[in-house]
Design a protein around this ligand. Structure first.
Ligand code: ATP
Length: 264
């Protein structure tokens, strides 16, 4: 099922004290309630309450240090929250095995065996994860790396490594794809190819949670938006509603206006 913006559940704007969406309804791929994480005295994620509807491409934006990567690491169970809760694909954060097999993720620089080819890197992962070997060819096609599949990954450009990282995340044919800066190092053609890929995945009913600093790109591809500032959500809702707040202004202008309002 793919949700068009017109069929999205009603938006809700932060502040995070706003009412939380109903839990366990299946309408949301990601829901967090008061999720918090600090490192020493620094609060990275601050009582965060967000919701990402199933079948959307959700852009996750915010300035450097806003807490995006920390949130993603919390959602993937790589670090534990200090407070709050979350539900991913209907499963509580505490039940990692209940949802992680249905989640694909690309965060920071993906790890590869540089002396092996992309094909072999993916074969190894497919064998470890118990995925069919036919899936390796499929994901190589999806990220348009098939013609270089037999080259050593150590010889790849940054953008090609990034595509291989996306291919790895797609191996389990996940219901939820979490991507942290997937366009890092991609040239314009690579960015367009990624945009098309994300749209195709959404058409298959998958949910994509996508952190990026490329606001113009997100404006084109994201139908849902979560905007973070100092660990809190400034906005959580449809992109269309975000843009309607200041007709005629660009996505970037909105973003800066909201941030400026927050800093005053
Ligand atoms: N392991 C850590 N130890 C200490 N502080 C951390 C750690 N990880 C993150 N932080 C701090 O938490 C805050 C949020 O960092 P985070 O990496 O989540 O931000 P971000 O929104 O992903 O930023 P960017 O856009 O620059 O990637 C920052 O102040 C950062 O310094």
């Amino acid at each position: 099922m793919s949700l068009s913006p017109d069929r999205l559940p009603a938006s809700h704007l932060e502040p995070t004290t706003g009412s939380a969406p109903s839990s366990g309804s299946g309408a949301f791929a990601i829901e967090t309630h008061g999720l918090s994480k600090h490192f020493g005295k620094r609060i990275a994620v601050d009582a965060l309450t967000i919701s990402v509807p199933v079948g959307t491409i959700a852009g996750f934006i915010g300035p450097n240090g806003a807490g995006k990567t920390t949130t993603i690491r919390l959602l993937l169970g790589l670090i534990r929250p200090d407070a709050g809760s979350a539900t991913i694909l209907g499963q509580p954060l505490t039940h990692l095995l209940g949802y992680l097999p249905r989640v694909g993720a690309l965060i920071e620089a993906p790890a590869f065996y540089p002396s092996l080819s992309a094909r072999t890197n993916l074969d190894v992962l497919a064998r470890l994860g118990g995925y069919p070997s036919s899936r390796v060819r499929e994901v190589l096609d999806l990220v348009e790396l098939s013609d270089r599949a037999h080259d050593r990954v150590g010889s790849y450009s940054l953008g090609m490594k990034q595509r291989l990282g996306v291919a790895m995340a797609l191996l389990p044919d996940p219901d939820l794809l979490i991507l942290d800066e997937p366009a890092n190092g991609l040239d314009p053609l690579g960015i367009i190819a990624t945009r098309d890929l994300l749209r195709r995945l959404r058409e298959q009913g998958k949910t994509i949670f996508l952190s990026s600093h490329l606001l113009g790109e997100l404006e084109q591809v994201a139908d849902w938006l979560v905007m973070l500032h100092q660990g809190k959500a400034l906005y959580n809702g449809p992109t269309r509603v975000f843009l309607d707040q200041h007709p005629g202004a660009s996505f970037e202008e909105h973003f800066l206006a909201l941030l400026k309002g927050e800093q005053q």
